[in-house]
Structure formats: structure tokens, C-alpha cells
Write a protein that binds this ligand. Sequence first.
Ligand code: HEC
Length: 714
Amino acid sequence: MKTLGRRGFGAAIAVAAVLGGALVASAQGGPHPRGAAAVDTARQLAADREPGTWMSAARTLDEQRFSPLTGIDRSNIGGLGLAWYGDIDSERGQEATPVVVDGVLYVTTAWSMLKAFDARTGEKLWEYDPRVDRAVGQIACCDVVNRGVAAWKGRIYLGVLDGRLIALDARTGKVAWSVMTVDPAKPYTVTGVPRIINGKVIIGNGGAEYNARGYVTAYDAATGRQIWRFYTVPGDPSKGFETPELARAAKTWTGEWWKLGGGGTVWDGMAYDVESRLLYIGVGNGTPWNQKFRSPGGGDNLFLTSIVALNPETGTYVWHYQMTNGETWDHTATQPIMVATIPWKGRPRRVVMEAPKNGFFYVLDARTGKLLSAEKFAPVNWAERIDLKTGRPVENPVARYERTGKPAIVSPGPLGAHNWHPWSYSPRTGLVYLPVTENNAGYDSVTEFRINARAYNTAVNAAAAAPLYNAPGAPARGTVKSYLQAWNPATQKEVWRVPNATFGASGVLATASDIVFSGNHDGEFVAYDARTGARLWSSPTQAKVVAAPSTYTIDGVQYVAILVGARGLPGEQARTSPVSANNSRILVYRLGGTARLPAEKVGPDSTISSTLNPPLLTGTNEQVIDGSASYARVCSGCHGANAVADKSIPDLRYSTTLHNWLEWEDIVVRGVRAQKGMASFRDILTPGESETIFHYLISQANKDKATEQAARRP
Ligand code: HEC
């Protein structure tokens, strides 16, 4: 029933032998003691023979995130209740999928902290805090998140925000080895899940908004020794290229891109196909976003926004497919990737699928990378369509603001029509379940650009495009709507969608009893009918949900686990709590579960007010304009574009420090909140910049307050 079928499964075992992985007899679903984390190649390949184990973040190497379990079904789901919960000691974004193997649930939280729970009782067995220097938060574009761990032969593997990769004893949490996967002097961060293929731990990194050159590295799981490294963009030509592919890729770049890093970080999507024996990596955006400053003469800029297929044994290039050629809108292609056998023109076909930020749903041949189809799954205006003959987009020239010299509203914007939020494929329904966000963004070229490794380098002036939203026929600004979408990849058509009441995406899990589980931004965990989208069940989470669920069995009982927390506050959204008291927890459900959450926490002591209440503006017009540019460059990555918070980080328009210049300076310049993730910006801001930002925020807060009041008037 599941992906491989009988024949495929035999082939998979043959692959295991070819890979040289130890085919341990005990791996065939036999019992392992609690905490053994006894994962090896044979057990990975036979994952469907022990459906009660959630062996890696996406469960299987093909990353379909489908569970063959049927204990919870549409007839009994009304009896699903909380079995246990565990509190999380961080209120930043929580993006991890729990991994459950040999009776233990492993989950990571913000700041790369890791907890191990008894998967049945919720008893905390151990925890590990890698003690990330909170100043690293300054170079984490999109919150200090972590998406989960890998398990292998008695160890748990953790990627750490500051670039470390750590192997821990699965029973005790003791460090077995730790390696630095990045140059700590450079602005790299690690938030992604380590993948383990035949004893090699493969890890990417982030940092393309700063000054990074993307790569993935494979380490020996036993020792931490580096085995290979694959760079996604060419480096300095005078130093020679690491591989022939990079020499070829360099021909698609112009100017002195290497001084900017180039970007192309692989911060999330990867998958492995046991049939073609290829590792697929999803490559991110360019540094800076605006191509004019990155590669002034244009060009495709390989391998930005591509899926690259590699030989996982050696890290050598096999093929690539680029999604947004010469990207200039932050259209990363490091969104989740999955491999599946789907019906294609009347026959089963092994394909790689990705629905990246740029709004097209791509289906590629898994072995060759040939484009089979690409269709819009959300509103897209940067390209009309993808030409199947050339594999290239037919672009809308107006969208290329850096060429036209004119601002443009482009959809999707940097949030993506689909971002990192995990999706799921059910081989039973043949549908992919996908969290979609419809959005657009304004882009205009800045006139001058200098790279600053500790600031947000987009070379995009979004504010200059703002007036376009007032034009007749202009789209609604920014984040428009979001929904859970069921998509048929064989026909490239939507089958159903469930709109979200509150904007925002949440990860997805589909099961063999035709149930789809996903959270939402109203603080609910919900089960839907996989065939119709009908709502079957829900439970309050006391927090927004962005992460994806996983499901497992202990002693024959099925459990569903979800990590909750992450308070995003896009534009129009109601502020349910002033700051990020987001009640982060791991919640685990089972039929007949009777645990109860404690009374909802209110916001911690903070200087954030629940209403807009700024002082009068005393700064000059020039200060406000300068402050707007400085804010966009240095602060917006965390505190949100146009001063509107969109993550679990305070909305500065609501800060009472706007009434207290000295307190403001203490925070922004002297770093008194460094331990809470707000390090000093003394070395990044030029003299006077802290003050112009202060005035800009007061100005924005007053404007937004006036708009609010106008809206309230009858
Ligand atoms: C790397 C992410 C990041 C960046 C970039 C950043 N901040 Fe922050 N900031 C934070 C976090 C996290 C907090 C919440 C700290 C806490 O819990 O007290 C915060 C809090 C603050 C506060 C206190 C708000 C309040 O009243 O509680 C001020 C003021 C502030 N930041 C100003 C700035 C300014 C100005 C910039 C740009 C120069 C900036 N921040 C850039 C992460 C960031």
C-alpha cells in the first residue's frame, strides 16, 4: 500500500546491501530496549514494517511524512484526548517534529535545546542545552528555531544554531562528539534536521540574508570526521573551483559575487530515494536578494533555487533543476522535498516533488531530474507558466524591479506560497497535503548597497513599492490568506482546501486511516478527513502551531505528538497576548487520554503594552526616513517588516521604551537584554542610527494608531 510496494521493497533491501549498510537482524522490527535508538540502514529501509516508530523527522528517507498507523480512525477520533504534555523552557519559535524511536520521544526547541521523554508516560528522561551564545540570534534570519533530530545506532544527532553538529548518547544525553560545521567568524546558522544515510550525517546551514556561501557536509556518524562537502554556489575564481560543476556554474554569474557570499544555503529541504540512490538537496536564495548587486550582468546564478541531486556516498553532483533562474525575490527552493511513486500518464512513476516559495508545484523524474510538470498552486505573478520544453519560467518582465528600475508588487513574496512547514503525501489518497500562504511583497531596488554580515542584506527597498498598493486593481497588501490544501500531483489540481481563520501555516501529517492532522494559528490542533477536508476533531493548544505532528505506537496504542508555540503577528492579527507568552509545549494525544492543560499563562513581565500608545513624534522628517531605512536593514529581520511583528519577537510599536529613551539605549546599544536574544547593536549601528530608528518607530506607531482609530469610528 505504501510507496515502494513489494517490488520496490526488495529493491530497497538490495540497495542496503550495495550501500554496505550493516543488515542487522534485530532491525527487522524486533524489540529494542527503551532508549536504544538502534537505527541503521536496514531499519530505515524497513520503516514500514514498524509503523509505530517515527524514526526520523519526516519518518522515512523519502520524507513523505505519511503514517501507516490506523489505530485512530474516523469512527473513534471523537475519543482522542491529551495523554501527556511537557513544558518547554523557551518562548521563541518551535518548529521541530518529534522523533520517536524505541520508546523515547526526542524533541528540539528554540535555541537548539533537546529533550527526551518517555513516549508513553511523558516522564522527562534527560535534556541537553548546547548553550548557544544568544548573540547568534542576530544572524538568525527567521528566529532561533530548530526542526528536529536524527537517530542512529544509539545516538541522537543535533544541529545547533551556532553551527555545531553534536552526537549525543540516546540514553543519557551525554555528548559523544561535537564538530563545528561552519566558520564561526562567518554569519552561518543551523536550524535544519540532520539526515543520516548509510552512516553519514548530512547537514546544511542558513545565512543567505547575511554573507554566506551555501554548502552541505557529510560527517561520519561514528566519529564526526568530515567525509565530503558540496558547495552550492561557486567561490572566488582566483582560488580555483572545488568541482567541475562549480566551474560551469560560475559561467552563470557575473561581477564579484563571491565577495558577498552568493547565498544558496540549504537550510531545510533534503530527501533520499532508495531506488535511484540519490540525495536531493534544496538550495536557497541569493545574497543579496536583488540580483543587480549580486550578479550585475544577470545570469541564472547556479545552483541558487535548485534541487541538486548528489551521490550521498561521495557528495558528487548528479543533476540539478533550477526553479527561479536568476532569482531576485528571495524565492528559495529549500522547502520540503519528497520522493514518491505516483500515477503518471497511466503508469507508476518515481518522482521528486517540491512546492517551493515561488508558487509552482514541481514534479521531476527522480532519476534524471527531468521536469514532468509545474503548475501554480497559489496566486503567482512573477511568471506566467513554466515552459516544459526548456524547463524555464516564462517571466513577467514587470516583476524584475532590478531591471525595470520600477517598483513592483510580486507574488509570492519572501514568505513564500509554501515555506518550511512540513507537508505530507498519502499514497492511499494520492494527495499531497500542503500548508499554503497567499502573499505578495513590494520590491524596488536600493540605489546603493554594501554588504554587512551582521545585518539583513536584501538590497530591496520594500517601502518604495508601498504606494503601488493604492493603485486601482492592486492586490491586498502582504499576507492575504492561508489554507490547508489537498493537491493531486498527478493531475496538478487542487482537490479541497480548508481556509485558516487566522493567517499562518502549520505542518501536516497524513495517516493510513485517511486523517490529516495539522495545527493552526488560532491555537488549535485539528484532524481533517483526508478525502474531503471535513473537520473531524480539534483540541485547544494555548499557542500557535507551526510545527508538524508525528505519530507512533507504544504497546499497540497509537499516540499523536505535536510541538506547539511560536507567536507570529502578521499585520491585521489580533494580539491575544502582548509578548510571546506562547505556552510552548509538547502535546501528546491518545484515545481516551484525560490529561488537562493548566490554566493559560499570561504574558511575562515586559515593557510591551497591549495597546498602541506611542508618545508624540519629536524627531524630524529626515530622521524618520533615515530610521526607516536603518530599521529595514538591521531590525526588520527579527521585529518584522514595516515595524509590524511577524514572529515571536516583540512588536516595537507597542514597546513602552518608546517613552523612555534611556531604557531604549540600554537595550539597543548597551545590550541589557542580550541573554533574552536582543544583543547589543553597538557595533552594527552607526552613531545616531539608534535614535533615528527610535523616531521612525514612534512615527509608525502614531500612524498605525490613527488608522486604528479611524477604523473604529462609525
Ligand atoms: C536577532 C533578532 C533581533 C534583531 C535583529 C533585533 N532585535 Fe530587538 N529584540 C529581539 C528579541 C528576541 C527581543 C525580546 C527580548 C526580551 O524578551 O526582552 C527584542 C527586544 C527589543 C526591544 C525591547 C522591546 C520591549 O519593550 O520589550 C527593543 C527596544 C528592541 N528589541 C529594539 C531593536 C532595534 C532598534 C533593533 C535594530 C537595531 C533590534 N531590536 C534588532 C531580537 C532582535
